[in-house]
Every structure is written in C-alpha cells, then in structure tokens.
Design a protein around this ligand. Structure first.
Ligand SMILES: C[S@@+](CC[C@H](N)C(=O)[O-])C[C@H]1O[C@@H](n2cnc3c(N)ncnc32)[C@H](O)[C@@H]1O
Length: 248
C-alpha cells in the first residue's frame, strides 16, 4: 500500500551498496533484494500461533524442490503468493477456494505469525508458509511448470527512482516466475502505485510467454477481497490497478 517502510531504511541501504566496478558487479547484483529485514514486534498471540501451528504449516526453506503433494497431503491446483504481509487476503482467498492450495511466501516474522493465527482461527488446511526470500524459493523449491497461479498484491513500490532496481516485477524475475507456471496458469498482480502499475504492464506485456487476459489493466477478480487500506485509499481518490495475465 502507500505506506513505505523501506523509505525509513533508504539511506542505510544505499550506504551499504559498494561502488559499482566490474569486479563487484555480480556480487552487487546478488545483494539487491526487494525487501529490507525489519525487526518487527511479534505479538504474544502471533508467537503462540508460531509455536503451536508453525510445525504443521511453516515449511522450512531448503534449496531443493519441495514435495508439495506430500506437504499439502493431497494433489490440488497450487497457487504461490509472494509477500502476503499480514495474510488477511491470503486467508480470505484460501477460505473461499478450498479446492486450491496456497503457498504463501513472506520474510516478515509478525506477518507469518498473523497468518498462522488466521489459519488456526478459521481452521484453514490449504495454506503452507515459507519465511524466506521469494526469489530463492522460486529458484530452488518450486519445480518448473508446476504452479497453477501466482498472486502478488501491493508489492513494495520502492518510490524513489534510485530504488526502482529493488522492485520485484522486473523482466528477469518475471521470466523466472513464468518458468515455474504451467501453460495456461495465471499471474495476478495488484498495486496502488501508478508508476509501478505502468512498469508491471510493460514488463508482463514484454514477456513473450505471457498473454494479457484484459485490454491493459484488468477488473479486480471477485476472489481478491478489497483490503481495508485499499478501501481507505479508494475513498481518498487513489487508484488500484489489477493485472491478469496467462502463460501461453
Ligand atoms: C507492501 S507489503 C504488502 C503485503 C500484502 N500483500 C498486502 O496486500 O497488504 C509487501 C510485502 O512483501 C514482502 N516481500 C517483499 N519482497 C519479498 C521477497 N523477495 N520475498 C518474500 N517477501 C517479500 C514484504 O516483507 C512485505 O510484507
């Protein structure tokens, strides 16, 4: 959403990055991440959920493909969500689509606790959580041609031009995502930051393995609930842009 925790950390990040030279270009590239690790406070309720439900619903990161049929204890269409935040949207979608399984990836610990709490409260069986960088998860734990859908909602917009390189939705990352999707699988993005929406449309349209299901931006599909931040933004006249593409 329009909150921008990364702006608090901007200067620290920038100072951390060594000057660009040929010798450190690769290293520098590897260090660019779409998130900064924030030391968020885990509430007692979230901690309880982590302790009690973590062993069943949190999948430890390992650099090998996950046996997802075994981890979900069934074979069902599988959707990957990147950066679920506090997990409210994830839980709502999972509850309304019990026939599908959802792998939620998020680095922020309080968010992991919050989603586990919702899983416990609502008795949701079709979510598994990975607390790790989504890029590495995609590279190592998700097999090629295996996903039926991808959700990325309100990824950090990285407002400042010099930080746009941290944005998730870039050609290389989208090519990686597409390689993990089955032919016919969908990718659904949403953002409330116009400049990022334009970048998303440009990058997805330029990926030859994807086709747009809409003429430009898509209407919000019924399965994506309107979040409270979004409702507040819409009241203030801010826009929200959805994009819905399919793998050819
Ligand atoms: C602005 S928040 C949006 C959260 C949620 N999707 C929503 O709509 O409210 C973006 C989230 O993406 C997470 N994130 C960013 N890059 C990530 C990555 N590479 N892997 C996993 N999580 C990431 C951040 O920790 C943050 O919680």
């Amino acid at each position: 959403m329009n909150h921008d925790p990364q702006d608090d950390a901007d200067d620290g990040i920038e100072n951390d990055v060594p000057p660009e030279t040929d010798a450190n270009a690769t290293l520098r590239h590897r260090r660019i991440r779409s998130f900064v690790t924030r030391a968020g406070r885990v509430s007692p309720g979230q901690q309880r959920a982590i302790d009690e439900l973590g062993p069943r619903f949190v999948v430890p990161y390992t650099p090998q493909p996950g046996d997802w049929d075994a981890l979900f204890d069934r074979k069902a269409p599988r959707v990957l969500e990147i950066g679920f935040g506090m997990g409210a949207t994830t839980a709502e979608i999972a509850a309304t689509r019990p026939g599908d399984d959802f792998i939620g990836v998020e680095v922020h610990e309080p968010g992991v606790g919050a989603l586990l709490k919702l899983i416990g409260e609502q008795g949701l069986a079709n979510i598994r959580i990975l607390q790790h960088d989504a890029v590495e998860v995609l590279e190592h734990m998700i097999a090629p041609d295996s996903l039926d859908g991808v959700h990325i909602y309100f990824p950090d917009p990285w407002h400042k031009a010099r930080h746009h390189k941290r944005r998730l939705i870039q050609p290389k990352f989208v090519a990686l995502l597409v390689s993990r999707m089955k032919p016919g699988a969908y990718i659904h993005l949403a953002t409330d930051w116009q400049n990022y929406a334009e970048q998303m449309l440009e990058v997805l349209s330029a990926e030859s393995a994807l086709e747009n299901t809409a003429d430009g931006y898509a209407p919000r599909p019924d399965f994506r609930p309107v979040t409270k931040f979004e409702r507040r933004g819409l009241k203030l006249g801010h826009g929200v842009w959805d994009l819905m593409f399919r793998r050819r």
